[in-house]
Design a protein around this ligand. Structure first.
Ligand SMILES: CC(C)(COP(=O)(O)OP(=O)(O)OC[C@H]1O[C@@H](n2cnc3c(N)ncnc32)[C@H](O)[C@@H]1OP(=O)(O)O)[C@@H](O)C(=O)NCCC(=O)NCCS
Length: 218
């Protein structure tokens, strides 16, 4: 991420918008989003999906190398929920067009089960057709079923707000964020604790794959 500003030559605001997909192109305009989502199963990733996941990330994030953290999460991320959007049948469609990971996190002083959504990627030709939404919703459903009470995300509030994520003030991210990113740090309460605003306080503890300041800074 640090090298992005030098290579791409964009300012911080632009960087945030690019990272959180505000500049992504609208593709396949005539496709019905719900029908597109119906053509894909949202299911846990399998070892055989690995190559397709590794192909997907450079396509979805052309300016940012997320492969190291994705590989780390898939190889060593204990308890990581890794979901893919994969072709539901033999009809002509790519095998795998989307991926999301949810990493278990913790907070000193609470036994609540917490998770962090990241990263989320949909292949460019399949964006804005409901697949990102389907991946997030299925992940959140599975986490709620597993007793997770809150999910954190660093992302575009215009996108994640659609799922009910709200700016998180009580729980700090593992590394300080620039002022202009503060609203991008958000959380969503699940189950009975799904009330607005987090009652939790402290700094989120993330596992090793996320303990890299460069992943949290321009
Ligand atoms: C962000 C991303 C995961 C969203 O997935 P998607 O399948 O394209 O999103 P959905 O179809 O579920 O989007 C639903 C709505 O969210 C908004 N949205 C989705 N993608 C958007 C984008 N690229 N720019 C602006 N708004 C977007 C739109 O309002 C969209 O509905 P509408 O266009 O019909 O109004 C996908 O665009 C992507 O992979 N982008 C590149 C990587 C990235 O930025 N990942 C997120 C940060 S970790």
């Amino acid at each position: 991420m640090r090298h992005r500003r030098q290579v791409v030559g964009i300012d911080r605001g632009d960087w945030v918008r690019r990272r959180f997909a505000l500049f992504s192109r609208r593709t396949n305009k005539d496709t019905d989003p719900d029908m597109t989502a119906d053509r894909f199963d949202i299911r846990p990733s399998r070892p055989a999906d690995r190559a397709a996941i590794e192909t997907l990330y450079p396509q979805a994030f052309p300016d940012e190398d997320l492969l190291p953290v994705v590989r780390d999460l898939l190889d060593h991320g204990e308890g990581v929920l890794s979901l893919v959007a994969a072709a539901a049948s033999a009809e002509p469609a790519p095998d795998l067009v989307g991926h999301v990971a949810f990493t278990p996190c913790s907070l000193a002083g609470t036994a609540e089960r917490l998770s962090m959504l990241a990263p989320l990627a949909v292949a460019p030709a399949w964006q804005r057709q409901g697949l990102g939404r389907a991946l997030v919703r299925e992940g959140v459903r599975r986490l709620a079923e597993a007793g997770v009470t809150r999910v954190f995300v660093l992302g575009d509030p215009a996108y994640y707000g659609r799922f009910g994520f709200e700016p998180e003030r009580g729980v700090q991210p593992p590394y300080p964020l620039p002022e202009e990113w503060h609203d991008a740090w958000q959380s969503l309460g699940l189950g009975d604790t799904g009330r607005p605003g987090s009652p939790l306080r402290g700094t989120l503890a993330v596992p090793e794959p996320w303990r890299q300041p460069a992943l949290w800074a321009p």
